[in-house]
Write a protein that binds this ligand. Structure first.
Ligand SMILES: [Zn+2]
Length: 90
C-alpha cells in the first residue's frame, strides 16, 4: 500500500524534524541521539512505536511515535520484552 508508506515516511520525517529541533533524547535510554549518524547505525535516529503495532498501537499516529536510537529500537523489538527470547546463538 504505497499511500500508507508515504504517510509513514512523512510522519517519521516530521518526528525527526521536531525532535532534532528540540534535541529530544532517545526515549528508551535517555541518551542524546546522534543526528549526523549514518542511517541504521546504533546511535542514529529512528521512530519508535510506544505501543507496538502488534499490540494494537497505531503506526501512523504521531502520539504513538517517539524518537529512539536505531540500536535501542532494534533491541527493544516489536514484542514484550522476554516474551520471545532470542534463540539465536552468536
Ligand atoms: Zn537509546
Amino acid at each position: 500500500m504505497p499511500a500508507k508508506g508515504d504517510t509513514w515516511d512523512r510522519e517519521r520525517a516530521a518526528l525527526r524534524t521536531t525532535a532534532q529541533r528540540s534535541n529530544t533524547p532517545c526515549w528508551i535510554c535517555r541518551q542524546p541521539i546522534d543526528w549526523n549518524a549514518a542511517p541504521r547505525t546504533p546511535r542514529s535516529f529512528s521512530a519508535d512505536h510506544v505501543t507496538p503495532t502488534s499490540l494494537g498501537g497505531d503506526p501512523l499516529r504521531r502520539a504513538n511515535l517517539k524518537p529512539a536510537h536505531y540500536g535501542c529500537n532494534s533491541s527493544r523489538g516489536n514484542t514484550t520484552r522476554g516474551q520471545f527470547p532470542n534463540s539465536r546463538k552468536w
